[in-house]
Design a protein around this ligand. Structure first.
Ligand code: PRT
Ligand code: ZN
Length: 293
């Protein structure tokens, strides 16, 4: 059957964004009663809604062609399989951002991961944690927990934890401090390692082209600012991913120009501060809705 099947998380942190991303690529689905299988309308792409932990296996077993899951889980499952089966990361996505960090109790006196050699570390990501600690020359006993990892040190089952962190609120609430980031993760679109049929491959390429358009527009910003005439070159360099800005004269001030540019890479507050430092003023940043060419 030449329909592509995509696995996404049924309910959790990645669900809404995964679905919204596919919808913004022009996909529409008829929701089934059991809500686990959504049939694609207009486009032969169907959805399977599952627990995120099951997504890598569904791809490895060829049950699904594509899946959206955190890189943390994809790496963990690949390592559990001793890298004998792997997944192909097709695109990393801009959501589900978090980090896998080692944390210890505030009063532990431990100041670096090297001090954890020989101790017990609780984690829901045992294979990933073990591998990343080994890279740092640390050999620890991993205590595998499927949830509430942050309470392990208080219960005395481990001296440290290795857990996902986004805001850090959970760590602070449990009087834990972040010692080191082991791994940075975002959600990603994965494919199977085995080849797809010619028809499915063509469909996948069409889907990826639409996805690239959506991702590019999401990251791109239209920036308008005023700049000293002599700093235009420097300011253009400070705009991430901008080419050939448009320049306009300012009637009120011949020493300054209005500069408009599309930044094709993420624009952070640090970039704006650097622009201001280089003499830019009246900086306006607008979202780009669609982009072509
Ligand atoms: O039911 P199912 O198995 O599908 O869902 P789940 O409960 O296993 O996963 P879910 O929905 O919690 O997370 C899905 C994915 O979101 C993860 O695999 C990560 O890729 C990503 N993600 C991003 C996070 C976080 N941020 C996050 N903060 N996953 C979990 N957390 C947890 C973390 O484990 C800790 O308990 O949130 C807490 C820390 O958050 P802060 O904000 O207090 O630091
Ligand atoms: Zn899960």
């Amino acid at each position: 059957m030449n329909r592509i099947r995509i696995a996404i998380q049924k309910s959790g942190r990645l669900s809404e964004r995964s679905l919204a991303l596919l919808q913004s690529c022009g996909l529409r689905f008829a929701r089934s009663k059991d809500k686990l299988y959504w049939y694609g309308q207009d486009f032969p792409v169907d959805l399977l809604l599952v627990r995120d932990d099951d997504i890598p296996r569904l791809l490895m077993d060829g049950v699904c062609d594509l899946g959206i899951v955190g890189q943390n889980i994809a790496r963990e499952v690949t390592l559990e399989n001793d890298n004998t089966e792997s997944l192909e990361e097709l695109r990393s996505l801009e959501f589900g951002r978090c980090r896998l960090s080692i944390a210890v109790p505030e009063k532990s006196g431990v100041s670096s991961v090297a001090d954890l050699d020989g101790s017990r570390i609780a984690s829901s990501y045992p294979a990933l944690t073990q591998a990343l600690l080994a890279e740092r020359g640390v050999n620890a006993e991993i205590v595998k927990l499927s949830g509430s990892v942050e309470i392990a040190p208080g219960l005395g089952t481990a001296e440290a934890i290795s857990d996902l962190v986004s805001t850090g609120t959970t760590l602070r609430a449990n009087h834990l401090v972040e010692l080191e980031v082991l791994f940075e993760s975002t959600a990603a679109l994965y494919g199977q390692q085995t080849g797809l049929s010619k028809e499915k491959q063509e469909l996948l390429e069409l889907l990826l082209a639409r996805l690239d358009g959506v991702l590019q527009a999401a990251e791109s910003k239209y920036v308008m600012l005023h700049a000293p005439r002599e700093s235009v070159e420097e300011i253009t360099r400070l705009l991430p991913g901008a080419e050939n800005p448009s320049l306009m004269n300012l009637e009120s001030d011949p020493t300054r120009v209005a500069l408009h540019a599309v930044c094709r890479e993420a624009l952070f507050w640090e970039h704006l501060e650097a622009l201001k430092g280089a003499g830019a003023s009246a900086i306006l940043v607008l979202s780009v809705e669609k982009m072509l060419g």
